[in-house]
Design a protein around this ligand. Structure first.
Ligand code: C2E
Ligand code: MG
Ligand code: MG
Length: 401
């Protein structure tokens, strides 16, 4: 239940009169109505108070909180954009209090009271925002909001670095590396991507972040080009769905390559299966453009999603990366070993290179070689680390091929 109360509504009534107040209420109601789905209920309780009841939310509270947060943010933004009251531009905002209750709950008054209390919290916190009644839910939402603002600030200061993880062949020779982003957080130290990439994706910050990552990676390629042992390495860069689907993505990649002077043939972009679901024709078009410039394309975490084999044969890919989960249980789980064999056979038949990711033990390395795998990445060879680590390869490792 969302309890929505306009901020400083009384001022409008007092200064411009009740006619204007009524007009604003009508427009607020229209804006609210446009954010309501068929199964939801919207009501005006009286004065400047509205109530919105969202139904059919996810049963997991943390998922439901995200759904509500999304709707709440939209409503806050929608109600804060200027109104036209008889030709006069007027600004107004609203505060929202939120309380969750189960479907069978019959204490309506209690729910309303909670939502109302949360609404006052939203007012106290500076208005033009929302608050959850449940302190844990509020804590979760606040933590996400502060992570987002930290992320925005860090982007401006370019507080991100890339770590590089070697990829080796059957002899243990270095053939390439994967770039993995780390956030240099002002107080938390190095933050791994799993903790901020999803937020960057949902907020759209992945677009500027992705450009920054590609830029750093291309500069690294240029540095390696001058280095006899490293000049032939391919550098793999992860690209998230939202980035790849952006209409300017291909142009951006070409611009970054041109600015940096990096050799496109040394760049590999890693896509994931989830990216392949929509718009196959557009996808193939983009991939072909990249491919025509010499950029390599890999499918990351292969086997973990739902790839259509029919698409797979049409995509201009160079390589499949076997999902870590299959490599991890390769020796214990015959079904995982069977999947690895199948992916290797698929790669051979479709003329795609296959890399095994997450190789941690010599036994896994040996078993993968016996199955015909020729490219490897994992802690056995090296953990991701600063670029300098690669310059000392293979001196830094005791691994024999
Ligand atoms: P990924 O692309 O599948 O990257 C491999 C992940 O597995 C990395 O985690 C790496 O550190 C870890 N790893 C490598 N070898 C082993 C091993 O032997 N054992 C185990 N248990 N793990 C191993 P990391 O760096 O935390 O990255 C996690 C994910 O975050 C990546 O998965 C990728 O999906 C995403 N990511 C990382 N960097 C970027 C980036 O620059 N852009 C985007 N869009 N996503 C990124
Ligand atoms: Mg990857
Ligand atoms: Mg992977």
């Amino acid at each position: 239940m969302l309890f929505i109360d306009l901020d400083n509504f009384k001022n409008l009534n007092d200064t411009l009169g009740h006619d204007m107040g009524d007009l604003l209420l009508q427009q607020v109601a229209e804006r609210l109505n446009s954010h309501v789905r068929a199964q939801d209920t919207l009501a005006r309780l009286g004065g400047d108070e509205f109530v919105l009841m969202l139904e059919g939310l996810n049963l997991k509270p943390e998922q439901a909180v995200r759904q509500i947060e999304k709707v709440g943010n939209k409503i806050v933004a929608a109600l804060a954009s200027p109104y036209n009251l008889k030709g006069r531009s007027h600004t107004s905002t609203a505060s929202i209090g939120i309380a969750l209750f189960p479907a069978e709950y019959d204490k309506v008054d209690e729910v309303l009271k909670r939502a109302d209390m949360a609404m006052y919290e939203a007012k106290a916190a500076g208005r033009n925002g929302m608050r959850f009644f449940d302190p844990r839910m509020q804590a979760e939402v606040s933590a996400r909001a502060s992570l987002e603002s930290d992320l925005r600030q860090s982007l401006g200061q370019r507080d991100f670095i890339l770590h590089y993880q070697p990829q080796v062949d059957a002899q243990g020779q270095l053939i390439g590396a994967e770039a993995l982003v780390r956030w240099q957080h002002p107080t938390r130290g190095l933050v791994p991507p799993g903790e901020f990439i999803p937020l960057a994706e949902s907020t759209g910050l992945i677009l500027p972040l992705g450009r920054l990552i590609l830029h750093i990676a291309c500069q690294q390629l240029v540095a390696w080009a001058a280095h006899p042992q490293l000049a032939q390495l391919t550098l793999a860069v992860n690209v998230s769905a939202r980035q790849f689907h952006h209409p300017d993505f291909v142009e951006d990649v070409f611009a970054t390559l041109a600015e940096s002077g990096a050799n496109p043939q040394r760049l590999e972009l890693e896509l994931t299966e989830s990216q392949l679901v929509e718009d196959v024709e557009v996808l193939i078009g983009k991939m072909s453009q990249l491919k025509a410039r010499g950029v390599h394309l890999a499918l990351d975490d292969f086997g973990a999603g739902y790839s259509s084999l029919n698409y797979l044969k049409r995509l201009p890919l160079d390589q499949l990366k076997i999902d870590q989960s299959f490599v991890r249980d390769l020796l214990e789980q015959p079904s995982d070993a069977a999947i690895v064999r199948t992916i290797l056979a698929l790669g051979a038949n479709l003329n795609l290179a296959v890399t095994a990711e997450g190789v941690e033990t010599q036994e896994q390395y040996d078993a993968l070689q016996d199955m015909g795998c020729r490219r490897f990445q994992g802690y056995l060879f090296a953990k991701p680390g600063p670029a300098q680590n690669l310059e000392h390869w293979p001196l830094a490792t005791t691994l024999a091929g």
